[in-house]
Design a protein around this ligand. Structure first.
Ligand code: SAM
Length: 218
């Protein structure tokens, strides 16, 4: 499914509208980019979208070159326009793909498209396998609490953010549509899977259901 139809937006409005859909979007991407080691040369962005996270990473890792994977050709064209020669863009699915040897890997709001825990665990193993020793994996995503009451409160906070920009009915419709397509694994589950894959995760940013995790290859 294309990004535009998944999110229910016009693609050209993505960079503006994503902030109305995801609370703390800019803060999260800034936190994720800050976790990328400045000496990074090869950076892989899984689900690069318009290149918003990669652009920030390139300001931190000034000599890096980005390899960006995305299955949506239209959004890749937007990443190309933004990143130019500092990125190689790859049209494809990152789940079965062989990942290149790399210094750092980032993924923002892309891995919640991986629904099955076993598939995500296998992806984390391949991420760890493709990183150089002490390489860094950075995840920015919705990773709610495991406790059901806390998770419900976090969900209500997300709905309140949507209702600051849309009607209550529109907000509900967005959340209902994403519920059928996205899988937000609890933060504790994410951390367990990363450890099992040979990474050492640290939570570098956390607010409501959203988190940025920096996980170093052991
Ligand atoms: C919500 S967007 C996030 C884009 C960008 N990382 C950001 O933070 O704005 C998710 C992106 O991941 C891509 N994506 C999702 N699953 C994918 C997969 N299995 N393989 C490649 N791209 C995928 C989508 O096409 C989309 O561009």
């Amino acid at each position: 499914m294309s990004v535009a139809s998944h999110l229910g937006i016009t693609l050209q409005n993505y960079d503006r509208q994503i902030r109305t859909l995801i609370p703390h979007y800019d803060e999260m991407l800034d936190a994720a980019a800050s976790a990328v080691p400045p000496g990074t040369r090869r950076l892989l962005d899984l689900g690069i979208g318009t290149g918003a996270l990669s652009a920030r990473c390139l300001r931190v890792a000034r000599h890096a070159h980005v390899a960006g994977v995305d299955e949506d050709a239209d959004i890749l064209a937007m990443a190309k326009a933004r990143l130019g020669r500092r990125a190689t863009l790859i049209h494809g699915n990152f789940v079965p793909a062989a990942l290149p040897r790399t210094d750092a890997i980032v993924a923002s709001f892309a891995l919640h498209h991986v629904a099955a825990r076993a598939t995500k665990q296998a992806l984390y193993r391949r991420i760890a396998g493709s990183l150089v020793r002490r390489g860094m994996f950075v995840l920015a995503d919705c990773c709610p609490a495991r406790d059901p009451d806390l998770a419900a409160a976090q969900h209500a906070q997300w709905r309140a953010h949507l209702q600051a920009h849309y009607s209550a009915a529109q907000a509900r419709a967005f959340l209902d549509a994403w519920k059928g397509e996205d899988t937000y694994m609890p933060l504790e589950t994410e951390l367990e899977m990363m450890r099992k894959a040979g990474l050492t995760p640290e939570i570098v940013w956390r607010r409501d259901a959203f988190a940025v995790v920096a996980a170093r290859k052991r």
